[in-house]
Design a protein around this ligand. Structure first.
Ligand code: NAD
Length: 505
C-alpha cells in the first residue's frame, strides 16, 4: 500500500478550489459536509429555505421557455462541451467522489467516466429524437408523432452515486429541451457544487443560447426535496433513493398528476448453478457483494448456491473475504472503503444480530477500530430467507443459501419485494435462457455470467416492484423526458371521420 495520503479535508478543499466552487459556498451554512474517510467535517455549506428553492424552480422554468426553442442538435453541443469539462476534471472530481462518498479510487473515477459516457450518448441522441409516421384509416391524411420538451425535470439523488445519477438524468433532459432542478443528497453536497461549477463553465463556453438557470441546484434535506416534488412547474421528478423515500414521494406526485421516475432500493440475487465457471463466479460475487462497501443499489445481497457446490463456494468466499484490503479509499490496493456514516454501521450490526437469531452463521462483519465507519464485509450462511434477508440493509452483507432445483432458486430470488438486478452463473444454455425468459427473473436487470452490479449507460437502468419501475440512462429512456404529441393532418378537401362516424351539418 502507498504512503498515507494528506488530510481528506485539505484534499477536498483544494480540489473544490481547482474546480471553481465559489468560496462562499464552502465558508459557512447549516449543512455540514463530512468525509466518511475519517468522519470529519470538511466544511459547512448553505442550504436553501423552501421559499428560495421555489424561486429557483421558477427561474429554471423561465430558462426552459427559452431552451425549448433551441434546436436539439445545438442543445447536444452544450452537453458535448460539458463532457469535455468532465474529461478535463476527471481525476479531481473522481477524487472528490472518493472523499465525500468513500468510494475507492477506481470507483470514484469510474463514476465520472459514467458521466462522460452518458454525455457522449446524449450528444448522439440529440440528432435521434425520432417520432413515427403512422398508418391512418382516412384518405388524404397523414398521422405522425412528435416529441416535445417537457419542462423542468426534478432530480433527487442518493449519496451512493452522488454525481452519475444526476448526469444520467441531466444529459438526456438537456438534449430533450428541458431545464433541470437537482436536489442532491444532503450527505454529498460538495460533489454537487463541483458538478454545478463544471456545468457553468460549459454553459459559458456555449454562449447566450444557454439561458441562466438552465440547471439549478437545490441544496438541503427532504424538506427541500418536497418543494421539488410539490412544485406545479415540475412535470417530472426522477427520484433515486430508498423505497421509504419513494413511498413518500410517489403519492404526492400522483396527487398532482406529475410523472414519477423512481429508482429505489434493491435486494439483488445471484444463482450459482452446478455448471458455473467457479473461478469467474467467485470474482464476480466478490466485486458485486463487497465493492462500494456494499453501498450500491445493485449490490449482491443474496446468493443461491446449488447444494452440490455449497460447501466449496462458502469456503472459497470465506478465504476471499478474509484477505480483502479494507481502509482509506484513496490508498492503492484498498478494495473496501468506509460506510457513509455511523448509522450505516449500526444498521449493519443490527441486521447481523437479527440474522444470527434466525439461525444464520455469520463470518466477518466486525467494526474496524479507526476513525470513520469501517467494517469487514460479512458472509452469512442462512438456512432460509428470513425477513432480514428480504430487507435491503445498505451495507456489505451477503446471505448465502443453498437450492436443489432451478425453479426453486428462481422462485426464491423473485420472493424479494424489490426487483432491481439479478444474475445466474451457468454454462448450461437451458438454465441461462430459462432465467432470462418470462418465467425467469422478475427484475429490471437480468445477467448471465456477470454479477448484478456495474451496469453500462447504454442500457435502460431500473427495476420492478418496490424498486419503483423507473428506467433511466440508455435505450429509449429519453422518452420519459419529453411529451409525445400525435398529429393528424388532413391534406384533402373532405372531412372523413374516423370509425366511419357520420355527422352531417
Ligand atoms: P434516501 O432515501 O435516504 O435519500 C435519497 C434522497 O431522497 C436524498 O436526496 C434525500 O434528501 C431525499 N429525500 C428523502 N426523503 C424525501 C422526501 N420525503 N421528499 C423528497 N426527497 C426526499 O437514500 P440514501 O440513503 O441516500 O441512498 C441509499 C438508497 O438509495 C438505497 O436504498 C439504494 O438502494 C437506493 N438507490 C437506488 C438506486 C437505483 O437506481 N435504483 C441508485 C442509488 C441508490
Amino acid at each position: 500500500m502507498s504512503a498515507i495520503p494528506p488530510s481528506p479535508i485539505q484534499d477536498a478543499l483544494q480540489i473544490l478550489g481547482r474546480l471553481g466552487v465559489a468560496p462562499e459556498d464552502l465558508a459557512g451554512g447549516d449543512l455540514a459536509a463530512r468525509t466518511p474517510v475519517t468522519g470529519e467535517v470538511i466544511c459547512r455549506t448553505p442550504v436553501l429555505t423552501p421559499e428560495a428553492a421555489a424561486r429557483r424552480i421558477e427561474a429554471a422554468h423561465r430558462a426552459f421557455l427559452a431552451w425549448r426553442r433551441v434546436p436539439a442538435p445545438r442543445r447536444g453541443e452544450l452537453v458535448r462541451l460539458f463532457g469535455e469539462e468532465l474529461r478535463a476534471a476527471k481525476s479531481d472530481l473522481g477524487r472528490l467522489v472518493t472523499l465525500e462518498a468513500g468510494k475507492v479510487a477506481s470507483e470514484g473515477l469510474g463514476e465520472v467516466q459514467e458521466m462522460i459516457d452518458i454525455c457522449d450518448f446524449a450528444v448522439g441522441l440529440s440528432r435521434q429524437l425520432y417520432g413515427l409516421t403512422l398508418a391512418t384509416e382516412r384518405p388524404d391524411h397523414r398521422m405522425m408523432e412528435t416529441w416535445h420538451p417537457l419542462g423542468v425535470v426534478g432530480v433527487i439523488s442518493a449519496f451512493n452515486f452522488p454525481v452519475a445519477v444526476w448526469s444520467w438524468n441531466a444529459a438526456l433532459a438537456l438534449v430533450c429541451g428541458d431545464a433541470v432542478a437537482w436536489k442532491p443528497s444532503e450527505k454529498t453536497p460538495l460533489t454537487a457544487l463541483a458538478v454545478q461549477a463544471l456545468f457553468q463553465r460549459a454553459a459559458a463556453r456555449f454562449g447566450p443560447d444557454a439561458p441562466a438557470d438552465l440547471c439549478v441546484l437545490l441544496q438541503g434535506g427532504p424538506e427541500v426535496g418536497e418543494v421539488l416534488v410539490d412544485h406545479p412547474r415540475v412535470p417530472l421528478v426522477s427520484a433515486t433513493g430508498s423505497t421509504r423515500m419513494g413511498r413518500q414521494v410517489a403519492p404526492r406526485l400522483a396527487a398532482r398528476f406529475a410523472r414519477a421516475l423512481l429508482e429505489l432500493g434493491g435486494n439483488n440475487a445471484a444463482i450459482l448453478a452446478p455448471s458455473a465457471d467457479l473461478e469467474l463466479a467467485i470474482r464476480a460475487v466478490a466485486f458485486a457483494a463487497m465493492g462500494t462497501a456494499g453501498q450500491r443499489c445493485t449490490t449482491l445481497r443474496r446468493l443461491f448456491v446449488h447444494e452440490s457446490l455449497h460447501g466449496e463456494v462458502v469456503e472459497r468466499l470465506k478465504a476471499v473475504y478474509a484477505r480483502v484490503a479494507i481502509g482509506d479509499p484513496r490508498e492503492a490496493g484498498v478494495l473496501v472503503g468506509p460506510l457513509i456514516d455511523g448509522a450505516a454501521g449500526e444498521s449493519m450490526a443490527a441486521a447481523l444480530s437479527e440474522a444470527a437469531t434466525e439461525g444464520g452463521r455469520v463470518h466477518g462483519g466486525e467494526r474496524i477500530d479507526r476513525p470513520g465507519t469501517y467494517v469487514r464485509p460479512a458472509l452469512v450462511e442462512m438456512p432460509s430467507q428470513a425477513p432480514v434477508v428480504l430487507r435491503e440493509t445498505f451495507a456489505p452483507i451477503l446471505y448465502v443459501m443453498s437450492y436443489r432445483d432451478l425453479g426453486e432458486a428462481i422462485a426464491a430470488q423473485n420472493a424479494a419485494p424489490q426487483g432491481l438486478s439479478s444474475c445466474i452463473f451457468t454454462l448450461n444454455m437451458r438454465e441461462a435462457e430459462t432465467f432470462l425468459s418470462a418465467v425467469g427473473s422478475d427484475c429490471g436487470i437480468a445477467n448471465v455470467n456477470i454479477g448484478p452490479s456495474g451496469a453500462e449507460i447504454g442500457g435502460a437502468f431500473g427495476g420492478e416492484k418496490e424498486t419503483g419501475g423507473g428506467r433511466e440512462s440508455g435505450s429509449d429512456s429519453w422518452k420519459a423526458y419529453m411529451r409525445r404529441a400525435t398529429n393528424t393532418i388532413n391534406y384533402g378537401d373532405s372531412l372523413p371521420l374516423a370509425q366511419g362516424v357520420a355527422f352531417e351539418v
